[in-house]
Ligand binder design. Structure first.
Ligand code: PGA
Length: 345
């Protein structure tokens, strides 16, 4: 099974303080309610200026250090393919790597239209990243005209072919493909699940032709375009959609948290053996001490003893999410921001 992935693309929004504020709040929300599975990757792509602050906060573990936070991946939104040189305004893949940033979105439609990156430029970026043990989130997408002229599949596959030219099969583990139809980005109108699956299947076939069936089955292919906390479930429920690239909604910590939490519920309900990792970890931790399992943990564990009970628990959690999110933000604003800022200054 491919691990699902949720990627937040902040574009040119939020400063350093706001980034830390967001991470603290998210950390608090997740720590308080506990994710139901470890089998979910979470990525955040803030602006260049916030990357190091985010990375530092995460490696310190924040004030509510939990295992999940250490797993949060910080990604850049673009990377120059050259190691160094006269590229005013650019940041090289190597500079990112030196700061411990091993992921970058590449070829987002906005970078193609604003900075005029060609598919060949994107190919160079993908090669630089994947040849250097870095991970590329490659965006491909069709235009409205492509769709109207029934050219969506051929347009996307052409991009895949050019963008992946020379990428080694052994380096495909460093690749995530995001299908982002241009007419769905920032419009509030996501593409239907059926349309997405058609394109994703075509991409998988292409990967199979270019590489191997095994490679095609392993590579993660996700969707991006107008996903929010009200519509993500339909997409995340699909086995063929490995995750979501989320723009605007990822700026809202409560909405982003709801999507993460809801997805962890989907994974746990579909694949119970992948769930309950929090309980397993906690039990393992307590097994090394003479402490009995706390009453609260026992109660939670028994609530998960059957699918039906898990669903009941899900409903309770759903009802509590909004309230706990608001409480969390308030609590953190009151107490923690000041102490972390003191620490940083
Ligand atoms: P959106 O953006 O979720 O705001 O539509 C998606 C993206 O640009 O990656």
């Amino acid at each position: 099974m491919r691990t699902k992935i949720i990627i937040g693309n902040w574009k040119m929004n939020r400063d350093r303080k706001e980034t830390i504020d967001f991470l603290m709040t998210l950390n608090h929300m997740i720590s308080k309610n506990h994710l139901l599975t470890d089998n979910l990757d979470i990525v955040l792509a803030p602006s260049y200026l916030s990357l190091i602050a985010a990375k530092t906060y995460i490696s310190r573990g924040g004030l509510f250090a939990k295992n999940w936070l250490k797993k949060l991946i910080v990604s850049a939104q673009d990377a120059n393919s050259e190691i160094a040189g006269s590229f005013t305004g650019a940041v090289s893949y190597n500079q990112l790597k030196e700061e411990g940033i091993n992921y970058s979105i590449i070829g987002h439609f906005e970078t193609k239209s604003i900075f005029h990156y060609s598919n060949e430029d994107i190919n160079k970026k993908i090669l630089s990243l994947t040849n250097n043990n870095m991970n590329a989130i490659l965006c491909v997408g069709d235009t409205k005209e492509d769709k109207e002229n029934n050219n969506s599949i051929s347009s996307v596959l052409e991009q895949i072919e050019t963008n992946l030219k020379g990428v080694l099969i052994d380096n495909l583990e460093h690749l995530i493909i995001a299908y982002e139809p241009i007419y769905a980005i920032g419009t509030g109108n996501p593409v239907s699940v059926e349309n997405i699956i058609e394109i994703i299947n075509a991409i998988r076939n292409k990967i199979s032709q270019l590489y191997s069936l095994d490679a095609a089955e392993t590579v993660r292919i996700i969707y991006g375009g107008s996903i929010n906390s009200a519509n993500y479930m339909e997409y995340m429920n699909e086995d063929n959609i490995d995750g979501l690239l989320i723009g605007k909604t990822s700026l809202d910590v409560t909405a982003f948290y709801d999507i993460i939490y809801g997805t962890s519920q989907i994974i746990t309900n579909k694949y119970p053996s992948l769930g309950n990792n929090y309980f397993l970890l906690k039990k393992k931790e307590l097994a090394n001490t003479s402490k009995p399992l706390p009453k609260k943990l026992k109660e939670r564990e028994s609530k998960y003893s059957s699918q039906q009970n898990a669903n009941n628990y899900k409903t309770n959690i759903d009802e509590n999410i909004t309230k706990s999110s608001v409480d969390a933000i308030q609590q953190i604003k009151n107490s923690e921001i000041t102490s972390v800022q003191d620490e940083q200054d």
